[in-house]
Design a protein around this ligand. Structure first.
Ligand SMILES: Nc1ncnc2c1ncn2[C@@H]1O[C@H](COP(=O)(O)OP(=O)(O)OP(=O)(O)O)[C@@H](O)[C@H]1O
Length: 253
């Protein structure tokens, strides 16, 4: 488990027009670890996650102050291309969103956009990405069938394979298991565990057991502030702050 900060926010403030959704958030994301973001509904978890690959840029009226560093470079600097950034920092959403095309084309889509045209090379990327997303064995005989025919859990792993195909460094996941049944959720959690040896992962989850199972570090958000951050085990066994304890023991939220 690396000690290096793969990403870091410094005094990050975010405003949706007149409403301040993030207040002075300073937060490290350690390389090759899983960091969980927890907290009650509306506290700013998804907003924070989206600042890490500038997905908030597309929401009109959004303003940020402060810094978000990726390998010590501020991703909000003028010379950073958000398209390249989102290749380095990929994102997986709550509901699986495969494109309405074949399994193969879903994975090859990103590499093609980024200029990979060679068929052998694409075949290799597709196989490698599906292997890494623990989906290859289930789909290798139906690569040219529609991705929409996969189960929800398979679709979510397909979306992860699609992110992996463009060779990211960081993967952001916003409640990736909330639409999945318990078996698919368990598979996804196993996958997250495997992926962290090669990638850095940040996951928003409402499920405390899931945070405890999958993450190495946890940040607790409340009303736009990150009020407690620690090693996950410590957070769940000996939280320092009363609101954290109340939340993780189910007294509110
Ligand atoms: N596009 C937007 N415009 C204005 N306000 C927004 C927008 N998106 C989110 N907010 C507000 O910002 C705050 C933080 O929302 P956010 O979705 O980040 O919280 P969250 O902790 O992820 O919530 P949940 O767990 O319910 O998904 C909320 O008060 C929300 O209403």
């Amino acid at each position: 488990m690396g000690d290096k900060n793969k990403m870091e926010t410094r005094n990050l403030n975010l405003y949706y027009k007149g409403f301040q959704a993030l207040i002075n958030v300073s937060f490290p994301v350690k390389e090759n670890t899983v960091t969980a973001l927890i907290g009650p509904s509306g506290c700013g978890k998804s907003t924070f996650l989206r600042t890490l690959n500038r997905m908030n840029d597309v929401i009109e009226g959004t303003r940020i102050k402060g810094e978000v560093l990726l390998d010590d470079e501020n991703i909000y600097d003028a010379e950073v291309d958000p398209v390249v950034l989102r290749k380095q920092v990929g994102m997986v959403f709550q509901r699986p969103n495969p494109f309405p095309m074949s399994i193969y084309d879903n994975i090859a889509y990103g590499p093609r956009i980024h200029g990979r045209k060679n068929k052998d090379e694409l075949n290799e990327i597709v196989e490698k990405s599906l292997q890494a997303a623990a989906l290859w064995d289930e789909v290798k005989d139906r690569l040219h069938k529609s991705a929409l025919g996969l189960s929800g859990g398979q679709q979510q792993r397909l979306v992860i394979a699609r992110v992996l195909a463009v060779d990211p460094q960081v993967i952001l996941m916003d409640e990736p298991a909330s639409a999945l049944d318990p078996i698919s959720t368990a598979k996804l959690e196993d996958l997250i565990h495997q992926l962290k040896s090669s990638y850095t992962i940040v996951i928003v989850t409402h499920n405390m057991q899931q945070a405890a199972r999958v993450s190495d570090f946890t940040g607790f958000f409340l009303n736009g502030e990150m009020i407690e951050y620690s090693v996950t085990n410590t957070m769940f066994t000996a939280p320092r702050i009363k609101q954290t304890e109340d939340y993780i023991t189910g007294r509110f939220g």
